[in-house]
Write a protein that binds this ligand. Structure first.
Ligand code: 5AD
Ligand code: SF4
Length: 473
């Protein structure tokens, strides 16, 4: 276990000095009545959660929020490094900000998160994007006010991306993105070092939040009317490992399930090697834990799983799924799969296809392998060309589409209690407990309410339903 440092109210009080200075600065360098910040988040729920904290601090500095970088006095991109495509997207978006900086030189542009935690990326930003004023890594988010102030004092790009880790931030202000759905981080970092993955290199070693603080946060959210709470971490099943309090993930879930109130409890992401029978038993006995389980398998070939350092076999994965279905008959599984890992052959890929058929996932996130600088897989021989990998990916998505279609058509005529989440393309959308999204007709006032919905049609990815009744909010 690393030495874990809790960053709490004391550190936030120290940052307040900078908060006040920044508030004064932007009250004189703003384009609107209220200074505006545009925060864009790329990547996973961990980043969404970090951005909520950054927004909390920006709000204390007197900022309002805008979706449009053109209107903003402060633009911040919180970035992802998991695949090259994500990195390219950020560079494209950052490049487009140059015109804004030229037109409004007082605009402060910041880039933070996993991507800049990589030395070669920070170097590229310094050399080719000098109009970016501040670059900071994942381990110093709690020093955000101080860093902003330093960058305002500096004439050149201010870069702070230390390798230190072992930090857990508590008691800092948060502006949440939703009013009835919330993410609660329970652990940070990852110790698994899958050979393709950059996350352990940019997010540091595993560390878990104090269980009492987590349970209090969930309780407060439920009191405030939140109905859909997701516990997040790179590997939530590792929660509590090596901690003196002895509360592991199943026990944390059990205690969270006991919190008074009508809410749905979700979690992600899980690693198959740490998903135990006890975890599935806990879900089976719970009242509030979702019956959807995201369990990334990555590959169906034992040889590739070994090369990936996943530390489970195809058989072990399948037996987990089978146990889970025994104790939770309506459980639904989704997964992540990487196609074209270095050295993967057609035979290996066919093992993945056969596993996908055998499990019958509700849906899949599929990715073509993307080499990450500094990871072991990046230096493994990779003879299969991009076109062939793309063809495999298409084959896999077509198979999954067929499986999803069959699963969904079985839902027709069934009724579900769902939370109406949002409006999209003139419809309302809700998520079934097995994680598929259903579209219904209705007024936007229903968003945030529970409703009884009957499934009336299912066409490839789209499920349609009709509302039978709505519960008061
Ligand atoms: N290339 C492609 N996909 C990757 N993932 C992680 N690293 C890589 C990589 N280098 C995928 C995994 C993981 C998901 C979040 O992203 O499937 O579960
Ligand atoms: Fe990456 Fe593997 Fe850790 Fe997931 S478990 S974050 S894939 S190293």
């Amino acid at each position: 276990m690393p030495d874990i440092k809790q960053i709490t109210a004391k550190e936030w009080a120290e940052q307040r000095v900078f908060v006040d200075k920044i508030r004064t600065y932007f009250s004189m360098h703003k384009r609107n009545n209220t200074p505006l910040a545009c925060v864009r988040t790329f990547g996973c729920q961990q980043n969404v959660s970090d951005s909520e904290r950054i927004k909390g601090m920006l709000s204390e500095m007197g900022f309002g929020f805008t979706e449009s970088p053109d209107d903003a006095d402060f633009i911040l991109f919180n970035t992802c490094a998991v695949r090259e495509h994500a990195v390219d997207r950020v560079f494209g978006n950052v490049g487009a900000l140059k015109a804004i900086k030229t037109r409004y030189p007082d605009t402060l542009i910041a880039v933070c998160g996993c991507m800049v935690q990589q030395k070669h990326v920070a170097k590229r930003l310094k050399e080719h994007f000098p109009f970016v004023g501040l670059v900071f890594g994942t381990h110093v988010v709690h020093q955000f006010p101080e860093l902003v102030w330093q960058s305002l004092q500096s004439r050149s790009q201010h870069t702070v991306t230390p390798d230190m880790d072992g930090v857990i931030v508590e008691d800092f202000p948060v502006v949440r993105d939703g009013t009835f759905k919330a993410f609660v981080p329970i652990m940070y970092g990852c110790n698994n070092f899958c050979t393709y993955c950059i996350v352990p290199h940019v997010r540091g070693r595993e560390r878990s939040r104090d269980p009492e603080r987590i349970l209090r946060e969930i309780g407060d959210l439920v009191q405030a009317g939140y109905k859909d709470i997701t516990l997040v971490g790179q590997n939530v099943n590792s929660y509590g490992k090596g901690e003196a309090h002895g509360i592991d993930f199943p026990e944390l879930l059990r205690r969270a399930d006991e919190i008074e109130g009508d809410f749905l409890l979700r979690f992600m992401t899980s690693h198959p090697k740490d998903a135990t029978k006890r975890l599935f038993d806990t879900i089976a006995q719970s009242r509030k834990i979702s019956h959807h389980f995201h369990l990334p398998v990555q590959s169906g070939s034992d040889r590739i799983l070994k090369e990936m350092n996943r530390r489970y076999t195809r058989e072990q994965y399948l037996s987990l799924v089978s146990y889970a279905r025994q104790v939770i008959p309506d459980i639904s599984f989704t997964s992540d799969i990487i196609v074209g890992f270095p050295g993967e052959t057609r035979e290996d890929f066919e093992e993945t296809l056969s596993l996908v058929k055998e499990v019958g996932f509700t849906s899949l996130f599929t990715f073509i392998y993307s080499p990450r600088v500094g990871t072991p897989a990046a230096s493994m021989p990779d003879p299969v060309d991009k076109a062939e990998k793309t063809a495999w990916l298409q084959e896999l998505t077509a198979l999954q589409q067929e499986i999803s279609g069959e699963r969904l058509s079985k839902l027709i005529g069934t009724t579900h209690r769902v939370l109406i989440e949002r409006e999209a393309e003139g419809y309302l959308e809700a998520r079934l407990s097995e994680n598929s999204v259903v579209r219904v007709e209705g007024q936007p006032e229903l968003i945030g309410s529970y409703a009884e919905v009957e499934i009336t049609a299912a066409r490839s990815w789209i499920i349609e339903g009709k509302i039978h009744s709505v519960e008061p909010k």
